[in-house]
Ligand binder design. Structure first.
Ligand SMILES: [Fe+2]
Length: 312
């Protein structure tokens, strides 16, 4: 589930003299040119020149993404509290860090996830902070889709919607964290589905659809075997495609946990309101209408109306 050879990074995340040894690239049209090799320092003067040249983004090679992500995450509190940056810029930094992190866990061997869970928790804590409204975070995340694989952005979006919705009625911090982690990992099973099927712009054949439908159970079983997620997060991974009327998959449940109910609402809403190769993003109003009319019976109406009210 690769995210491309070059990954866009935000210039403001680069703190002069502290950058690890990664190569930085600039984009000219469709070409990438080397701006700085891994052994050269990145100085205050370099940064100022780029800012003066109205450069907002640079690029790092995929093989350097992991080092860059760790670098941003270790400076994230400082970056997010830096009042020299606009709130919009800080939001963008947080969203980009979260999406890059998800890209890393989806692309890395499964056994590495275990050591990365603390990073996941720390990002969710920032997402939950009162600095940012879910509304603003979502529009920032939506704008990242063109530069990142949809699944990574979608995972962060689902996690953010779920925690925002859960937080309205419940304040147990520990459970909130599990809900957030469940949201990040809900589509993990898609790493086992061929990319060609996931990206197919045309209607899926029934066997392709069956293959996609395998992802909740595959994700659940893989993560369960690793023994890193607790039952709430695992429940979200396995049951986010269950429907309130019992016609969902993989288990056709009629009794669904509140976590999975919230997950299915966040999942469908995020999908409908995001640009995809086969259709434009729907507006909030149209998406909510479809969910309550055409998809009647899919969702718990109590949580769906709470979700609609949250988006007012
Ligand atoms: Fe899914």
């Amino acid at each position: 589930m690769g995210g491309g050879l070059y990954n866009q990074i935000i210039l403001e995340t680069l703190i002069p003299e502290s950058l690890p040894g990664v190569s930085l690239f600039m984009k000219h049209g469709t070409n990438y040119t080397l701006y700085k090799g891994p052994d050269l320092p990145f100085t205050e003067r370099d940064k100022q020149r780029l800012v003066n040249g109205q450069i907002e983004y640079l690029f790092v090679f995929s093989s350097d993404l992991s080092d860059y992500n760790l670098y941003v995450e270790s400076n994230l509190s400082e970056l997010l509290e830096n009042e020299d940056f606009s709130l919009g810029k800080r939001q963008e930094i947080l969203c980009q860090a979260s999406v890059s992190y998800v890209q890393e866990i989806f692309d890395a061997p499964a056994m590495n996830i275990k050591s990365n869970l603390d990073r996941c928790k720390s990002l969710i804590k920032h997402i939950l902070s009162d600095h940012f409204s879910p509304h603003q975070l979502m529009s920032t995340l939506g704008s990242l889709v063109s530069h990142n694989s949809y699944t990574y952005v979608h995972s962060v979006q689902v996690s953010s919607y779920m925690t925002a919705l859960y937080k309205l009625r419940n304040t147990e911090d520990e459970i909130l964290m599990d809900v957030g982690i469940g949201g990040i990992f809900h589509d993990y099973g898609k790493v086992y589905v061929p990319q060609m099927i996931l990206d197919k712009p045309d209607k899926l054949t029934s066997s392709e659809f069956e293959e996609i439908k395998g992802h909740p159970k595959l994700g659940h079983d893989a993560l369960d075997q690793l023994g890193i997620l607790n039952p709430i997060a695992l429940d979200i991974v396995r049951h986010h495609h269950e429907k309130f009327n019992g016609t969902g998959y993989p288990d056709g449940l009629t009794e669904i946990s509140r976590y999975a109910k919230i997950a299915s609402i966040a999942d469908v809403y995020s999908a409908l309101t995001t640009n995809r190769s086969y259709r434009q993003a729907l507006t909030k109003e149209v998406a909510l209408d479809i969910m309550s009319d055409q998809m009647k019976g899919s969702f718990d109406t109590y949580y769906l109306s709470m979700f609609s009210a949250m988006l007012e």
